[in-house]
Design a protein around this ligand. Structure first.
Ligand SMILES: [Fe+2]
Length: 320
């Protein structure tokens, strides 16, 4: 039995519009050229030093928002290595306009997941709670559209050997796909392009199958949303040639050495704030007698980082 309303996702998906509309090349070019002209080239350009993520100075908050506005992600570095304060991510998010968190079935009651090696969860097939690598994805690709995850924060309390993230702004993925062939974008924006099978545990469906687009545009703020997983087992893709070619292009981009893919291992006290960009993670070394285990807090939101939507990005009066 499905635990939520069996509303077809296709009926509520949002068509591409604004600079993302395929029939308006002028708007696209203007947005694209502006975006690429100021795009960061080095991971260092994404790092913002903060004295305490729970109590940002106005200048620190402004800088995090500025970096998120141009790259959809920012990395903060604080002196709080080893400080296990579970309220930290929520307090940080609140200062960046992130308010509506999305609960996760495996998260602790406060909506904040402690990502660490948990044998019970690992054996149920939840790789984030293991030390294994995570393939490229956006968070919540298995969620229904109204529960789409627009932003998330990862805060590193304790790193380990490994656990390196690669990050790719999904707007850059859109640009590279569209520049290669606009038909790739059209295929990936189809309402039925990707189906995630139902999640079943012990024969009971805990989540129904989800069919929906890879690319969609938020009806409220005009921002681009991406739903993707590089996982292949039991993901159903539309089987036409253009979809296949688009997927291959994206896979090559993610596995190649694109200048737009950033690589970073979060150190203790560091964190990632992002508008749910594409990301992966390498495997890491589990805890030993001498080395504590890796601990990352994660919180996910329905909101984007304030002031980073396409509409805000276009405001000529918005100071950078
Ligand atoms: Fe993730």
């Amino acid at each position: 039995m499905n635990v939520d309303m069996p509303m077809p996702d296709a009926a509520i998906s949002a068509a591409l519009r604004g600079p993302f509309a395929l029939d308006d090349d002028t708007a696209y070019r203007r947005w694209r050229d502006q975006k690429l002209a100021r795009y960061p080239r080095r991971v260092e350009d994404l790092i913002v030093e903060v004295h305490d993520p729970r109590k940002l100075r106005a200048s620190e908050a402004a800088e995090l928002r500025r970096v998120c506005r141009i790259a959809n992600l920012a990395i903060y570095a604080s002196p709080l290595a080893g400080v296990a304060d579970k309220n930290l991510p929520r307090r940080l998010g609140a200062q960046l306009g992130l308010a509506r968190h999305v609960a996760n079935p495996l998260a602790d009651d406060d909506g904040i997941s402690s990502l660490e090696v948990v044998p019970g969860k690992m054996t149920r097939g939840y790789i984030p709670y293991s030390s294994q690598r995570l393939l490229w994805h956006t968070d919540g690709y298995y969620n229904a559209m109204p529960d789409s995850i627009r932003a998330f924060i990862l805060h590193c309390v304790q790193p380990a050997d490994g656990g390196v993230n690669r990050l790719l702004d999904h707007e850059i993925a859109y640009i590279l796909l569209r520049d290669a062939d606009p038909e790739y974008v059209r295929a990936l924006a189809a309402d039925d392009v990707m189906t995630i099978p139902a999640n079943t545990e012990s024969g009971v469906a805990t989540r129904p199958a989800r069919t929906g687009p890879v690319f969609s545009v938020d009806a409220a703020d005009g921002s681009l949303h991406m739903r993707y997983t590089a996982r292949t087992r039991s993901i159903e893709w539309r089987s036409d040639d253009v979809t296949r070619a688009a997927r291959q292009f994206l896979e090559q981009l993610l596995t190649g050495d694109s200048q737009y893919v950033f690589t970073h291992r979060l150190a203790g006290g560091e964190g990632l704030v992002c508008n749910n960009v594409l990301h992966d993670r390498t495997a890491f070394t589990p805890a030993t007698a001498d080395q504590p285990g890796r601990l990352i807090y994660r919180i996910r939101y329905r909101d984007r980082v304030a002031g980073t939507a396409a509409a805000a990005d276009h405001s000529a009066t918005h100071p950078w």
